[in-house]
Design a binder for this molecule. Structure first.
Ligand SMILES: O=P(O)(O)OC[C@H]1O[C@@H](O)[C@H](O)[C@@H](O)[C@@H]1O
Length: 330
């Protein structure tokens, strides 16, 4: 029996934080009061995932260098989604439907899922966390479908970050549902005018700045001189973001996600966003593996899987040595 406290009342044990299956994952409270899971890898390698939005907000390499962009003006207070990292757009990407822009998953509280159905085993991955989102009564009023959305965030031994989403239709009334989806990934870059994206040249895209009209990308790799908001269709499974100044290449690998959005608000839109610094557009680029053009449809009991894997490798492109095909084909 517990010993009585000073006032004679039984001492209540201090609440224990939930145990996570990975010894390299820890649940902590951020200064904003929101909870986040910290995944630790070798040396200074580290990933942070907020339960709010199921959102990765930080990915650091061995040297402790931040690889994702998070706005200095990001608001960590519901219902605002956190500006930066990797927001999850579900069940709607952008304005492709009647829901709020980018759907509601990014501003809901997810919970830790300590007993998810197994994923293919990868013994090399020691730092991971599984989250789950189910719709609330309120959510069912705006999107009348029952679902389970399981998200695994994993930090690989060489510092690679992967996100695996599994979405299951749990409707009991026999109805299918359809959705669009994106991993709205904000990369940190040295200077947007020194960046090029390879893998999307010659692709068809829908231009969000031109009423979603369809065009074909011309010429070489994508470079940035003004606002861009394009949905590249049937994009390849590997895309390279080459940062000349940092001599770094991000390799974005996607599975189950045919499209890829590329977004930078540039100066005018940056100024109009309350949670984004006026000049921050220079230091970020969104490349967002997505399924936008053709919504995904699931019948009751069916499950969809979409995976994003990110790695950051040194590049020597500025000296003209890098063969883009080597980056894209491994
Ligand atoms: O401000 P939000 O809702 O986070 O959206 C940011 C941008 O997200 C991009 O994915 C969209 O293509 C843009 O049209 C949008 O402006």
């Amino acid at each position: 029996m517990a010993a009585p406290g000073p006032a004679g009342a039984a001492a209540s044990p201090s609440p224990q934080p939930p145990q996570l299956p990975s010894p390299f994952a820890e649940l902590v409270k951020s200064p904003s009061g929101l909870e986040k899971v910290v995944l630790r890898g070798s040396r200074n390698c580290c990933v942070e995932v907020y339960l709010y939005g199921g959102q990765v907000t930080s990915w650091k390499n061995d040297n402790g260098e931040e690889l994702l962009f998070l706005s200095s003006k990001a608001i960590f207070k519901p219902p605002k989604a956190i500006r930066g990292g990797i927001p999850i757009c579900f069940p709607q990407f952008g304005t492709h439907g009647n829901l709020e822009q980018h759907g509601f998953a990014r501003n809901r509280f997810w919970t830790i899922d300590n007993d998810p159905p197994p994923l293919p085993a990868n013994p090399a991955i020691k730092a991971y966390v599984d989250l789950i989102l189910r719709p609330s009564e309120e959510d069912l009023k705006i999107w009348p479908h029952s679902f389970e959305f399981r998200l695994r965030v994993a930090l690989g031994p060489s510092g690679d970050l992967s996100l695996t989403s599994r979405i299951r239709n749990t409707n009991t009334d026999g109805r299918p549902f359809s959705y669009t989806f994106a991993y709205h990934t904000y990369f940190s870059v040295s200077d947007i005018s020194e960046v090029r994206v390879e893998g999307l040249e010659t692709m068809d895209y829908l231009d969000n700045l031109k009423a979603k009209e369809r065009f074909t990308e011309q010429g070489d790799a994508i470079v940035f001189e003004s606002e861009i908001d394009k949905v590249y269709l049937a994009a390849p499974s590997k895309i390279a973001i080459i940062d000349h100044e940092k001599k770094k290449t991000f390799v974005v690998t996607k599975e189950g996600l045919p499209d890829s959005v590329v977004w930078n608000p540039w100066d005018k839109k940056a100024k109009a966003m309350q949670d984004f610094g006026d000049a921050e557009y220079k230091n970020m680029l969104c490349v967002e593996p997505a399924s936008v053009e053709k919504p995904i449809t699931l019948k009751p009991g069916e499950e969809w899987k979409g995976r994003l894997a990110l790695s950051a490798v040194p590049s020597s492109y500025c000296s003209g040595q890098l063969d883009p095909l080597k980056v894209l084909q491994g």
